[in-house]
Write a protein that binds this ligand. Structure first.
Ligand SMILES: Nc1ncnc2c1ncn2[C@@H]1O[C@H](COP(=O)(O)OP(=O)(O)OP(=O)(O)O)[C@@H](O)[C@H]1O
Ligand SMILES: [Mg+2]
Length: 260
């Protein structure tokens, strides 16, 4: 079934401050949706809230994946249901090797008794690492520990490729990547595009969207989508910035640190 992911009227707070203020989005398998928006508008908050990060409290709204209530699920259940987030700032976990982490993540998504064998897992991991032009030694290093910014991003894509999620959220996957790495990572993402997988690509730059072609581009401001369109919207933002959007929609600037 084509993964259908529906977010309606989502509101979320952090430490009592409302960041998401009625976020709506509908996506289906096969689609790539890009979200662009100024710093601090709540893009990463959206990503973390969807994954069930305990720091964020969802106060209103619904999220469903193939008709199932996502907000009812624990973080693990969300991952098993097929949600995946490549984080803007991936965490480092000392003492857990990359391959151990990935293998247990993979097995956690499988029924008991049908765990992937070590040999098969290593073969799969090696092949995906080759696609991503990663040094095999990264398999045995502690998760993200001492990885450069770009290496962490590549590693997030490696996880995505192995876990084969239904809904993939990429939070600034392009930040920190060099020009060649950007191409390699985008190829990895494009190879995973399919009718039963949807992508939510958060980015600041049109450049990434030259490689990962979106079907829809949404502009997010002050905790919600304020304008949607096609790839031409990203080109306009790159050329003209966000001022025209604010003028067109009559959006006032928020003063940093001040409650509105
Ligand atoms: N722990 C926290 N306490 C208070 N405010 C927070 C906390 N975490 C995030 N925020 C605020 O929430 C708002 C949204 O942050 P978020 O990281 O979602 O923005 P973003 O759209 O992803 O920005 P960027 O483009 O810079 O990545 C910001 O104003 C941020 O300061
Ligand atoms: Mg962010």
């Amino acid at each position: 079934m084509a993964a259908e992911f529906v977010i309606e009227g989502l509101k979320a707070t952090i430490e009592g401050k409302e960041i998401l203020k009625g976020f709506n989005l509908q996506m289906k398998g096969g689609e790539v949706h890009a979200i662009m928006g100024p710093n601090g508008t709540g893009k990463s908050t959206l990503a973390s809230s969807l994954m069930g990060h305990p720091k964020y409290e969802v106060t209103e709204g619904t999220v469903t994946l193939e008709g199932q209530d996502v907000l009812e699920m624990s973080v693990d259940e969300r991952a098993r249901a097929g949600l995946f987030l490549a984080m803007q700032y991936p965490s480092e976990i000392a003492g857990v090797t990359n391959s151990d982490f990935l293998r247990s993540a993979l097995n956690a998504r499988r029924e008991e008794g049908s765990e992937i064998s070590l040999i098969k897992f290593i073969r799969q991991m090696e092949s995906k690492m080759k696609d991503l032009e990663m040094n095999p030694e990264f398999m045995h290093r502690y998760l993200n520990e001492g990885f450069s910014g770009g290496e962490k991003k590549r590693n997030e894509i490696l996880q995505m490729m192995l876990l084969e999620p239904k809904i993939v959220i990429l939070d600034e996957i392009d930040s920190g990547l060099d020009i060649d790495a950007l191409r390699v990572v985008a190829q990895g993402v494009n190879a995973m595009r399919s009718e039963d997988r949807g992508f939510l690509v958060i980015t600041h730059y049109q450049r990434l969207l030259n490689y990962i072609k979106p079907d829809f581009v949404h502009i997010m401001m002050q905790g919600r989508i304020v304008k949607s369109g096609g790839p031409e919207l990203a080109e306009r933002l790159e050329a003209d910035g966000y001022e025209w959007v604010k003028e067109e929609l009559g959006i006032e600037d928020e003063v940093v640190g001040q409650e509105v």
